[in-house]
Design a protein around this ligand. Sequence first.
Ligand code: NAP
Length: 295
Amino acid sequence: MIKFIGLIGYPLKHSISPYFQQAALDYHQLDIRYEAWEISSKGLGDAVARLREPRNLGANVTVPYKEAVLPLLDEVDEQASLIGAVNTIVKRDNRLLGFNTDVYGFAQALYKEGHFEPEGKQAVILGAGGAARAVSFALVRKKVSALIIINRTLEKARALADSLKRYIRDSSLRSEGLKTSVTTLPWQSLTSPKTLDDCHLIVNCTTMGMKYSSQEGQSPLSLEVIPNHILVYDLVYNPWLTPLLQLAQRAGANTLGGLPMLVYQGAASFELWTDKEAPIDIMLDKAKEALQKFG
Ligand code: NAP
């Protein structure tokens, strides 16, 4: 019997995950279809319940349901609970298990495509939503020396900083000994070049610059404030070269877009569903092709 894996989100019209996930399933000659399931918020409970049908293996979860899906699952793994967001559901023994592969996807892309070693470096995160939570936990675990969170709504940045500080404080109990200093700054501080002077890495975790959104064409930073020696990592993957990355290149910074992260998080999800090694190169090529054709 053919089996199914779904992508649960809204809207999904421009999603490219079905293209590169199907390419990976076809590479392994698995009789599985990966489908986009565009669901209104009213239908989320039913969509998750349908995963229990024998033909369904699991799902990816994307905007805006990564947080809302948690109470609908039988079990959520430690990392996803910590971040408060699930992007992958796997059915095992008819139980729905939640995982977050964004942390892995972010870190893998940073190493493999950005050639950046975070340990001992200073990082600035723009945003404090679900993606910022995953990125900040990843950077703390990779032992950045300092993390500055800058968000339009300062309260949300402070709440994220507080949970990171608790996590760092409790790390001695887990024998991890994490030491990152975490601070927050108001959004207006981004108009001063001094704010970013000492950082080695800036990660845009806001939605600014996303194609097909009201923020298409916008950049969170102006040319003048971007230091020239650093890595600017934009989680937005459509367009390939976002307004922020264009400015960063003009400023002489190194740049990394969000597409490799999308593929690496998808590869980790693929391995959870299928127990097979994800064909990363095929998935990356297909994702680039899909972005050019349909993005
Ligand atoms: P989210 O939870 O909705 O958070 C959005 C963030 O953007 C918030 O911090 C929000 O600030 C900020 N923001 C929105 N409009 C803004 C504006 N005009 N000016 C300044 N800040 C603004 O979204 P998310 O799930 O974290 O996703 C964020 C981005 O990351 C999206 O573009 C998503 O596609 C991308 N992403 C990419 C990957 C990947 O694999 N490449 C994975 C996950 C997410 P407030 O708190 O003030 O509202």
